[in-house]
Design a protein around this ligand. Sequence first.
Ligand SMILES: [Zn+2]
Length: 157
Amino acid sequence: MTTTTNEMLCECGCELEVIDSFESSSTTRCQTCGLYSLLIRHPRFQQLILLTDFHLKRGHGPNQRPLTNLSMATQLVECLVRDAWPSYATVVDFGIDRSSHLGALQFAVRNGVTAYDLDRVMGDGPAITQLVRSIPGQPYGAIKFKTAYQGLAAFEL
Ligand SMILES: [Zn+2]
């Protein structure tokens, strides 16, 4: 049995199927266009974030990472909590290239964004940007994240 969420629809107008969930967030897949989105229904912020190349990066294929592997995002959250710079790999995956990027992420985590949320947007600049900007009172409201993979993913499509 698949659960669907009728509260939000995909950009194409079709229903979203819930793939997995953590706290107030769910990863959804459009039954028509197949694209994944991160649906956040936090008491203070609601957001539907399109995960452009998630279907290419995640799964059980040889070059894909299982959906349950949150290790990079978990490491990032630990660094944000300790006010430390994350590893080089994490910096690249999240497009962190100045302290304001770190500050914006830190604000997001302190206000309810979880490792699950960060894992879903990882490597996707526009998705990271949308997630971080969706937090009410975000002091870095104009922040923009850009990752190394963006152009690459578009090319593969
Ligand atoms: Zn769709």
